[in-house]
Design a protein around this ligand. Sequence first.
Ligand SMILES: [Zn+2]
Length: 126
Amino acid sequence: MSRIRARFWDPTGARYSIPTYPWQMAPPHLLTLRQLAARGLRPAGQGVQAQILWRSRRYGAPGVRAAYLYDVRFALPKRTPTPAQLAALAKAAAARRTCPDCSTDVGYVLPRHLGTCLDCAREVAA
Ligand SMILES: [Zn+2]
């Protein structure tokens, strides 16, 4: 094991307070959020169980980077919204686009500081 790998090898969490693995050395039951989502799973309330640490030279984000891991054994299937939930979300989104002054759906979310659509705000200002 190279020195850089040994630095991030801490399966008991003695050094980093949670179990820590170098790149590509985490046990297979620990997955990132994206890996869980790719299997149709969600963390289901469990906290971060472990992390992967690696050194990065990527421009804009140099230094030690972390990926947080969740235990696939505590994960549950992703929930799909019911038609009623989707309808409620669509209604809420429409309310955010509807101007209270001219009561039209203007097609964009109304700016909070105006409270009206841009056309109505311009009329008031003029
Ligand atoms: Zn308006």
